[in-house]
Design a protein around this ligand. Sequence first.
Ligand SMILES: Cc1cc2nc3c(=O)[nH]c(=O)nc-3n(C[C@H](O)[C@H](O)[C@H](O)COP(=O)(O)OP(=O)(O)OC[C@H]3O[C@@H](n4cnc5c(N)ncnc54)[C@H](O)[C@@H]3O)c2cc1C
Ligand SMILES: *[C@@H]1O[C@H](CO)[C@@H](O)[C@H](O)[C@H]1NC(C)=O
Ligand SMILES: *[C@@H]1O[C@H](CO)[C@@H](O)[C@H](O)[C@H]1NC(C)=O
Ligand SMILES: *[C@@H]1O[C@H](CO)[C@@H](O)[C@H](O)[C@H]1NC(C)=O
Ligand SMILES: *[C@@H]1O[C@H](CO)[C@@H](O)[C@H](O)[C@H]1NC(C)=O
Ligand SMILES: *[C@@H]1O[C@H](CO)[C@@H](O)[C@H](O)[C@H]1NC(C)=O
Ligand SMILES: *[C@@H]1O[C@H](CO)[C@@H](O)[C@H](O)[C@H]1NC(C)=O
Length: 487
Amino acid sequence: MRSLLFISISLVSGTLASGFPDLSTRSQTLAACHQISSVISASQVFFPPSDGYISDNKHALVSSSEPSACSVEPGSTQDVGRILQILGNSSTPFGVKSGGHTGNPGFSSTHGVQISLARFNTFKVNTKAKTVELGPSLAWDDVYRRLAPYGVNVIGGRIPGIGVGGLTLGGGYSFQTSQYGLAIDNVVAFELVLPNGTVATVTEANHDLWFALRGGGNNFGIVTKFTFKSFPQGNVWGGAIQYTPGQLDAVKAATAEFGKVTDTKAALITTFVYTPEGVSSAALVFYNAPNPPSGMFDAFLNISILPNDVAADRSFPDFIKAVSVADPPGQRGSFCGFPVTNYSLEFLDAIADQISYWGKNLTALDPNVFVAADAELLDRTVFSHGAPSAYPPDRSLVYFPSILSFTWPNSTLDKTIFHAQRKIANRLRVAALKDGQDVKRAAVYPNYALFDTPLEDMYGKNVPRLRRLKRAFDPKNVMGLTGGFKF
Ligand SMILES: Cc1cc2nc3c(=O)[nH]c(=O)nc-3n(C[C@H](O)[C@H](O)[C@H](O)COP(=O)(O)OP(=O)(O)OC[C@H]3O[C@@H](n4cnc5c(N)ncnc54)[C@H](O)[C@@H]3O)c2cc1C
Ligand SMILES: *[C@@H]1O[C@H](CO)[C@@H](O)[C@H](O)[C@H]1NC(C)=O
Ligand SMILES: *[C@@H]1O[C@H](CO)[C@@H](O)[C@H](O)[C@H]1NC(C)=O
Ligand SMILES: *[C@@H]1O[C@H](CO)[C@@H](O)[C@H](O)[C@H]1NC(C)=O
Ligand SMILES: *[C@@H]1O[C@H](CO)[C@@H](O)[C@H](O)[C@H]1NC(C)=O
Ligand SMILES: *[C@@H]1O[C@H](CO)[C@@H](O)[C@H](O)[C@H]1NC(C)=O
Ligand SMILES: *[C@@H]1O[C@H](CO)[C@@H](O)[C@H](O)[C@H]1NC(C)=O
């Protein structure tokens, strides 16, 4: 019932957002749907209002959902190849969805053919090789839960529901990134269907594609399987702590002080959220051992007055459950990244001030607007764990991803909110420069970037090479028929 409601809302909002394609385009798209039906062997095409169509089109946020003409769930790499050839030959727009958690309109949704990777859900633990094979449509929390009995883990997302596919192809920050690097630093092979339909296995030996796929999103084809390095995982310490607006100064001070921690087993995300009573905050605290070194998180624990769920010696899946937030049903949403090189007290003041000002400003238009920002504290060695990749463009620099995360119910506010996010990101850049931070060369994390972020802001000096590779591997620009950041 709820999913039906979700689709009818997104049908309406999709129409408002970009208008329906005209009838002749619509019938060409339907022709492509039927052509796909006729060539596939291990796959299935769905039309509205079937359950398959509804689940294939479902996204975490209404603003990144659109009503497609049909959906297809490919079940073999050969079928993915055939589907890409049909879509390419007929210039039919399409969407590629794994976990469906992008915030950007049209990045994994479409008015054309929705490809859902639901059937690419491989889960295979190779104990001897110390690797794990994962299908792109698996959710990270599911992966962690299923790996726990083996006593191993992989580097992936922090919040339940996020897909293996989109998170990994954008870079991938985890609670263990300070210790082991980004998700892309822990991939050993990609199974890739190239834009011309050819199936390839991409490893370090494939110099160019190896570089391009690690951070380059959906520009180079559709990934149907990732092979990740695995590492031993014991019990951990951590959880979520909520604070009242009255504790804001203490939380900022504790966060700034935490910037001095150089223990790579530790992780911290401090969140600032607008409330009519002021800016409230929360800390997600993590240590990759049953207990942290004495005193490391005391500043956060000592000021905790609301009930918290921090626990020692808990399993990794149990910790992930404790820090989970549900997808907000029926909400629109957008993210906007702002890289920083130091979470100083002055800079944390600037973040909280922006959340306070814009929270008040936007909730005056609709009290249901949710306005939040995350500071993500990582070790300064964060980019030392991998070879050059599309993102981050320069591993010799150090910067941390930070994110503005807003949700709202009504499409009439879309433009106002995108505008506000751009304005805040600009203000915070100015504040960072004033704080002495070297953010001129810091790259925005593609998975946190607003849809109109210039390529140079995310991929820096890599843009010319990525454009060349894109032309070489996708001369007919098949992947240009789907949304996302395009080289
Ligand atoms: C609540 C929440 C928490 C988050 N937490 C984190 C976090 O801890 N760390 C982090 O790094 N990021 C985080 N993110 C950002 C996240 O990485 C991105 O939203 C990511 O795009 C989600 O991947 P997905 O597979 O769920 O999304 P989708 O919407 O399915 O895909 C996103 C993009 O990737 C492309 N894509 C997906 N799969 C494939 C594939 N197999 N082949 C080719 N292209 C593909 C899609 O076409 C689309 O352009 C979070 C986002 C949310 C909403
Ligand atoms: C797509 O076009 C190419 C030639 O451009 C052709 O070789 C191929 O068979 C076509 N594929 C389909 C599925 O139509
Ligand atoms: C936290 O409280 C403990 C016990 O009361 C105390 O020993 C410690 O100094 C406090 N730490 C901080 C950072 O406030
Ligand atoms: C970050 O800022 C703090 C002051 O808030 C300062 O002590 C520290 O040296 C800075 N660190 C770096 C690496 O710039
Ligand atoms: C919100 O900010 C805009 C400027 O971006 C301004 O025009 C408007 O008056 C503000 N509204 C409120 C209620 O503060
Ligand atoms: C969205 O806002 C418009 C204009 O303020 C209003 O007419 C409409 O009823 C609202 N829609 C919803 C779903 O709240
Ligand atoms: C498909 O593209 C790859 C990579 O560019 C190339 O090696 C291969 O020959 C192409 N296949 C066909 C059938 O054109």
